[in-house]
Write a protein that binds this ligand. Structure first.
Ligand SMILES: C[S@@+](CC[C@H](N)C(=O)[O-])C[C@H]1O[C@@H](n2cnc3c(N)ncnc32)[C@H](O)[C@@H]1O
Length: 222
């Protein structure tokens, strides 16, 4: 599976891939064990897993080093990861040899219509320009079976935060914050029914500086 020509033409996709290729090892080291210290995030993932059902086929889109993919697998899901960044995927495969990880773009997935019971996008739409979000959510909806579940995490806010030269690497990228009510409206326009919207305070012990949102939505059955 490869990113499409359209993706290659999109500057932000190239910038995102370049950024994560550069920081992959540092990012993986920083976040490797962080879920263990985040019981509320794990609770939301557990609820998602229960709704999807044991063995349900799930895609972790924008999986990075695979830490969330591995956690979802430990909850009994039949999950695979997908990411733009080959460096991230190399870490994911190295650290989770029993799981499948593929290169691709969530803007144009090489997956059939309606084949998944669940989609997870854990902080992976945070580099997507606002005007492209409807197309991304439509793609999530397309690959989900009617009644399938989407779990979407992102930072709350209005202003993007630019990360320049992270860990000294010569790259930079905007981290976009979003308003949960606006994202909920976009999901409903894309054919989802909102199930739950949670916003928790920033966990400064984890380096967070803004409230964090997780939306759980169900693909419409009609
Ligand atoms: C902030 S990291 C989150 C990684 C992982 N979900 C986690 O929580 O550790 C964002 C990831 O999304 C990926 N990503 C961003 N846009 C993407 C796209 N259009 N298609 C696939 N992956 C994408 C990046 O390459 C990066 O690995």
């Amino acid at each position: 599976m490869t990113a499409t020509d359209a993706d290659h033409a999109a500057d932000h996709v190239v910038a995102t891939r370049t950024f994560y290729d550069a920081v992959a090892e540092d990012y993986a080291a920083l976040f490797r064990d962080s879920l263990a210290a985040m019981p509320l995030d794990r609770a939301l993932m557990a609820g998602f897993a229960e709704l999807v059902g044991e063995g349900g086929r799930v895609a972790d889109l924008g999986c990075g080093p695979g830490r969330v993919t591995a956690h979802l697998a430990s909850l009994g899901l039949s999950v695979f990861g997908l990411d733009l960044s080959e460096s991230m995927l190399a870490i994911a495969r190295r650290e989770n040899p029993g799981l499948r990880f593929e290169q691709g773009s969530m803007r144009s997935l090489d997956l059939p219509d309606g084949g998944l019971a669940g989609v997870v996008s854990w902080y992976s739409t945070i580099h997507t320009p606002q005007d492209e979000l409807p197309a991304v959510y439509a793609e999530f909806r397309r690959v989900l079976a009617p009644g399938g579940h989407l779990l979407l995490a992102f930072q709350c806010g209005d202003e993007p935060r630019r990360h320049d030269r992270p860990w000294g690497h010569p790259v930079a990228l905007d981290f976009r914050r979003m308003r949960p009510e606006r994202i909920a409206a976009l999901l409903e326009a894309a054919g989802f029914t909102l199930v739950q919207r949670t916003v928790r305070a920033a966990d400064t012990d984890q380096g967070e500086s803004t409230p964090q949102a997780v939306l759980l939505a169900r693909a419409a059955t009609g």
